[in-house]
Design a protein around this ligand. Structure first.
Ligand code: FE
Length: 336
């Protein structure tokens, strides 16, 4: 019986397998899966292309290198310019040429060689207690090292990518020595040891443990939309500090195509779609990030924070200081 049934089974599987050959894209994401889901859903609904997202917290470049040409991943989604460039420098990406991407993404937000593309940007700002910090009391990043903040500053670990990038930008502006002194000053001002994420610092301000903290802009959007965290958000206002002779520190989230990319065509479609008006609007409305595509509006909440001057320092210049920044952070032992 088994033998005679075998061809039927094979046939049935063969028939069922046909739709499974439908296009798909495999994504390794360094971003939280819930941030990506609304984008994936909209893209799949429109194109019929399945997008499988695997969350990769650490060791993205190492994993892709180990998998080599047999990697199932087509795309890498990540935050932080230095992380994006690490993947590129590990040789596990490929160059993508696309008029759509070149048209939608301004030149300063993409690699001239086509190995990485920025999809959203965000500012690293100061959250300041509405009660205990006066308007205009904090204006620059440099000022965070001043004595007046003694015991009033909270931050997440400085080895976190966002703070490494900020430190790298400080090095690009002022050099290693001055940045070392700045880190010493910041360390001396800490209300407690660095711990938690950016939102935990706002919680600490709400709880009265400190008066100011560093954080990325979109976390405000996440907090106001969370029943528990809304109160934290309401205890602070957003201040866009600048470098003394520059603007507000920016970073990006972005995408790269892997060298292996088994589903290259579908992956390119997804990349291009992520830069479209529709996707950029989803990023703006659901994640409260700044769209990179010109003409796509910021969310009302983000708009309500007012305008600011982004720092003129290029992303690549910031990323180039990553190693120096990490070394300095470890030397000063700001987390210790
Ligand atoms: Fe984040």
């Amino acid at each position: 019986m088994r033998h005679s049934a075998a061809p039927l089974v094979a046939l049935a599987l063969g028939a069922a397998a046909a739709p499974a050959l439908a296009e798909e894209v495999n994504v390794y994401s360094h971003r939280q899966p819930e941030l990506i889901q609304p984008l994936v859903d909209a893209f799949s609904a429109q194109t019929g292309i399945d997008v499988n997202v695997a969350f990769v917290d650490k060791g993205m470049a190492e994993r892709l290198a180990a998998e080599g040409d047999r990697s199932p991943a087509d795309l890498v989604l990540t935050v932080d310019i230095a992380r994006l460039m690490q993947v590129v420098e590990a040789g596990v990406t490929q160059s993508v040429e696309s008029d759509v991407l070149a048209g939608n993404i301004p030149a300063e937000f993409r690699d001239p060689e086509g190995h990485w593309f920025g999809l959203t940007s965000r500012a690293r700002i100061v959250y300041a207690s509405k009660e205990r910090v006066a308007d205009g009391e904090v204006t620059t990043y440099e000022d965070l090292a001043s004595d007046k903040w003694k015991g009033r500053l909270c931050t997440r670990s400085f080895t976190n990518d966002y703070n490494v990038a900020l430190t790298g930008a400080m090095i690009a502006h002022h050099g290693v020595e001055e940045t070392g002194a700045w880190l010493e000053g910041v360390k001396a001002n800490l209300a407690r040891k660095p711990e938690g994420g950016d939102r935990d610092q706002v919680k600490s301000i709400w709880a009265g443990e400190c008066d100011i903290s560093l954080g990325n802009t979109y976390y405000m959007g996440q907090m106001v939309n969370d029943p528990e965290q809304k109160e934290w958000a309401e205890s602070v206002r957003i201040v866009f500090p600048t470098f003394e002779e520059g603007g507000t520190h920016m970073n990006i989230s972005g995408v790269a195509m892997t060298r292996a990319a088994p589903n290259r065509e579908a992956a390119l479609k997804f990349m291009e779609w992520l830069s479209s008006d529709e996707a950029q609007r989803i990023y703006a409305e659901t994640n409260h990030e700044f769209p990179v595509k010109a003409g796509v509006p910021r969310s009302d909440l983000v708009e309500s924070w007012g305008n600011f001057t982004p720092d003129a320092l290029g992303l690549v210049e910031v990323a180039a200081q990553r190693a120096a920044a990490l070394k300095l952070i470890e030397t000063v032992d700001i987390d210790g």
